[in-house]
Ligand binder design. Structure first.
Ligand SMILES: C[S@@+](CC[C@H](N)C(=O)[O-])C[C@H]1O[C@@H](n2cnc3c(N)ncnc32)[C@H](O)[C@@H]1O
Length: 219
């Protein structure tokens, strides 16, 4: 059985911040404070470096977000989706059912009241119930540290295929830990063009930008 946790936390002192009850950031001129709960919910309830780097990348303005329809997959505490919303996107922030309660609370706490209407939190387990989400209906798809379990790769790819049109920009922030993570990128390349657009050495996080290859019919 493959580990559900990307790291063995106890062996890496730098990861002790995962134990903090909350973590704080500044994005889009606002304080973002996220509640964490590693002991109860594990990987979905702590902020991973990939989300921080993806937030910084979006804040640099590399991608127009104002007025865009975005969806975050495997959002965990929701940092990337929250930053996209603060930068003006309409965002659907998703994860598996066990993550929902904390995710909803973090979104509620960090999105100003007048912007709450632009953010939806909803359950999305990759590959399941995709008909609840519009096919090709998003301008931007965000994923931070969601490539780590090979048994989820086919369902994650089906999800990206469903949600994307040829005009969708997919941004995946990844720490490459294992060969299988590279294998996912090769699988993604079968249906998408993929380019690395950013690397942050300090946190060892790569950002990949992907776009669905259009069929002849769509061109
Ligand atoms: C390493 S955490 C990253 C969380 C957050 N994006 C961040 O960077 O802080 C991986 C996330 O993927 C979610 N996840 C794992 N398998 C999933 C699946 N099959 N469907 C939906 N989400 C999944 C987990 O619940 C978790 O929130």
């Amino acid at each position: 059985m493959m580990a559900l946790v990307p790291y063995d936390r106890s062996s890496i002192p730098a990861l002790s911040k995962l134990h903090d009850p909350s973590v704080e950031f500044h994005f889009a001129n606002r304080r973002v404070r996220l509640t964490q709960d590693w002991n109860r919910l594990g990987v979905a309830a702590v902020v991973w470096d990939a989300a921080v780097v993806l937030g910084m990348y979006m804040e640099l303005g590399q991608l127009e977000l104002r007025g865009k329809a975005a969806i975050e997959l495997g959002a965990g505490t929701g940092l990337a989706g929250i930053v996209a919303a603060l930068l003006g996107a309409r965002v659907t922030i998703t994860d598996r059912e066990p993550a929902m309660e904390l995710l909803r609370a973090n979104v509620q706490d960090n999105i100003p009241p007048d912007q709450q209407g632009a953010v939806t939190v909803s359950e999305l387990t990759w590959g399941e119930g995709l008909e609840r989400y519009p096919a090709g209906g998003y301008d931007v798809i965000l994923g931070a540290d969601i490539v780590y379990m090979s048994e989820t790769f086919p369902a994650l790819l089906r999800t990206l295929e469903h949600l994307s049109s040829g005009r969708t920009v997919v941004l995946l922030a990844c720490r490459i830990r294992y060969d299988r993570d590279v294998a996912f990128l090769d699988m993604l390349r079968q249906g998408f063009t993929v380019e690395e657009v950013h690397y942050e050495a300090q946190r060892d996080v790569h950002i990949y930008k992907a776009a669905k290859r259009q069929t002849r019919q769509e061109l």
